[in-house]
Each structure stands twice: as structure tokens, then as C-alpha cells.
Design a protein around this ligand. Structure first.
Ligand SMILES: NC(=O)c1ccc[n+]([C@@H]2O[C@H](COP(=O)([O-])OP(=O)(O)OC[C@H]3O[C@@H](n4cnc5c(N)ncnc54)[C@H](OP(=O)(O)O)[C@@H]3O)[C@@H](O)[C@H]2O)c1
Length: 250
């Protein structure tokens, strides 16, 4: 299968974790990276690492919740760089959520993804090429008790991405839904102690390999993915007895 090479890339959430590592690994000679984030110091550090790998970069301080600013920025950048890869990685999440945090999570993880992807879809369609990646999660398949807002936002992203993939395939535009388990980033510093956590370098490598092949669903690690599949198909009543009790013990 022919593998895509990405030359003009825009990434939200490029100042930390998965977005930052994707930027670093995608950087190379002849590559232009537009890096979006809120923390200027970290964003500039990532840009320097990308430049050290041979890429050209620009950095943009922006909140993904601001739809009009996002649209104006993305369209202006696309005019110059004609993106062939759009990665929506900005997101928040934590295990214990109150109502305000669930609202914030929805604004960033749902509307932030919409604000990142929607302005660029007509451009990719016009050019009949390009790849979109949206960051969902294994948490977007099945959850027991918590975190409600995060899991719901990631289910939305998964279904949104899958629907877009169906809509845009005929225009030569690929859409990949990325569903990681735990990846070692600042977001999961409070992950349950017994959980296996994948190094961010390994996760970014898997994501890039999947994007190059336009995989519809990039899901890992396999043992957590298998577990999620299993609890999605087993009878709910049986699972609830076991897992809700377990959750309450944490
Ligand atoms: N780590 C995991 O185990 C895991 C597993 C499954 C899915 N994911 C998903 O992967 C994505 C990246 O997560 P991560 O682990 O890399 O987290 P992270 O290290 O905490 O990075 C989150 C990124 O999102 C940006 N961001 C947050 N709110 C924003 C806002 N309102 N406007 C603009 N940017 C904002 C942050 O920017 P600033 O720092 O500059 O504010 C940061 O660059 C998320 O969508 C997450 O849900 C992560």
C-alpha cells in the first residue's frame, strides 16, 4: 500500500504530550509545521526541537474554544501552506470531574475539535487530498462510572471522525480516529497505579504509521483495546456488578 508523506501540517495541542511528540516525529527537511497551543514557552521549545529535525515551523497561541479566531487563523494559514495533514490533539481530561469541569471538557474536547477540523474540510475537499486525525480514546467506547464528561466527549469525537471518514472518502480526503489507551503525558500523571502506560514516543510512532496508511481507526495498545472490546460485548448486568463495585473501591 502506498504511504502518504506529509509536508504541510497543522497540529492543535502541540505544546504538550501526544501533539508535541507527533510534531517532533513528523518534523524533517521540507516539512512545514504550524503548531497551535496556549503555553508559549512550551510551544516554542517544541518548535525548536522540530527545527532541529530540519522542519520549518510557526507557532500560534490560541484557545481552540474560540471558533471565529480558529477559523480566521486556520484559513489564513491554509492559504499559505495548503495543509495535507490536520491533527486535532488539544484536549483535557481527569478522573474526578465536577459539573464545571464536564462543561469545560465538552467545550474543549468536542467544540475544540469541531473548530479545528470544520474550517479546513472544504479546503481539503477542493484539493481532493489530505488527511485529518482526531484524538478520541479507548475511554470513548465503554465506561463505568467515571470519568463521565471525558468519556462522553471522546465517544463524540470517535463517531464524528467515523462519520466524516465516510463522507469525505469520495473526495480523496482521509480521516483517522485515534483511540489510545493510557499514554505517558502530563494528562495521565494521576492514572491508576496498576494501569500500563505507553511511552509517548511509541504512541506517536503508531499514530504516524496509521496516518500514513489512512487507517480509519488507530487503536492501541492491543491488550487494552481487546479488554474494551470484551466489556462492550459482555452482558451489562454482569459487568455492572463487578466493575461498578471495583470503581467505588478506588
Ligand atoms: N495521554 C493519554 O493517555 C491519552 C489517551 C487517550 C486520548 N488522549 C487524547 O490525546 C490528546 C492529547 O492528550 P495529551 O495526553 O497529549 O495531553 P496533554 O499533554 O495534557 O496535552 C494537552 C494539549 O491540549 C492543549 N489544550 C488544552 N486545552 C486547550 C484549549 N482550550 N485551547 C488550546 N489548546 C488546549 C494543551 O495546550 P497548553 O498546554 O498549551 O494549554 C496541550 O498542548 C487529548 O485529546 C487526549 O484526550 C490522551
Amino acid at each position: 500500500m502506498q504511504q502518504a508523506e506529509f509536508k504541510n501540517i497543522v497540529i492543535s495541542g502541540a505544546s504538550s504530550g501526544i501533539g508535541a511528540e507527533l510534531a517532533i516525529q513528523l518534523a524533517g527537511a521540507g516539512v512545514y509545521l504550524c503548531l497551535l497551543g496556549r503555553d508559549e514557552t512550551r510551544l516554542l521549545e517544541i518548535a525548536q526541537m522540530c527545527q532541529a529535525n530540519g522542519a520549518e515551523t510557526s507557532t500560534h497561541i490560541i484557545d481552540v474554544r474560540n471558533d471565529q479566531e480558529m477559523k480566521d487563523l486556520l484559513l489564513a494559514l491554509d492559504e499559505k501552506h495548503a495543509f495535507d495533514l490536520v491533527i486535532a490533539s488539544a484536549g483535557v481530561g481527569r478522573q474526578y470531574e465536577d459539573t464545571d469541569f464536564i462543561r469545560l471538557t465538552t467545550e474543549i474536547n468536542v467544540f475544540g475539535v469541531l473548530n479545528m477540523v470544520e474550517p479546513l474540510l472544504p479546503k481539503l475537499k477542493e484539493r481532493q487530498s489530505g488527511q485529518v486525525a482526531v484524538l478520541s480514546s479507548l475511554a470513548g467506547f465503554r465506561t463505568f462510572g467515571r470519568p463521565a464528561g471525558y468519556s462522553a466527549s471522546k465517544a463524540w469525537v470517535r463517531l464524528y471522525g467515523e462519520a466524516l471518514r465516510g463522507q469525505y472518502a469520495k473526495y480523496g480526503v482521509g480521516v483517522s480516529v485515534v483511540c489510545p489507551g493510557f499514554v505517558k503525558t502530563p494528562m495521565v500523571q494521576n492514572a491508576p497505579k496498576n494501569m500500563s502506560v505507553m511511552p509517548v514516543e511509541e504512541a506517536a510512532g503508531k499514530i504516524i504509521a496509521g496516518l500514513k496508511r489512512n487507517k480509519g481507526r488507530i487503536i492501541f495498545p492491543w491488550h487494552q483495546a481487546f479488554f474494551i472490546w470484551l466489556i462492550s460485548v459482555l452482558p451489562t448486568t454482569w459487568l455492572e456488578k463487578y466493575f461498578i463495585k471495583k470503581m467505588d473501591e478506588r
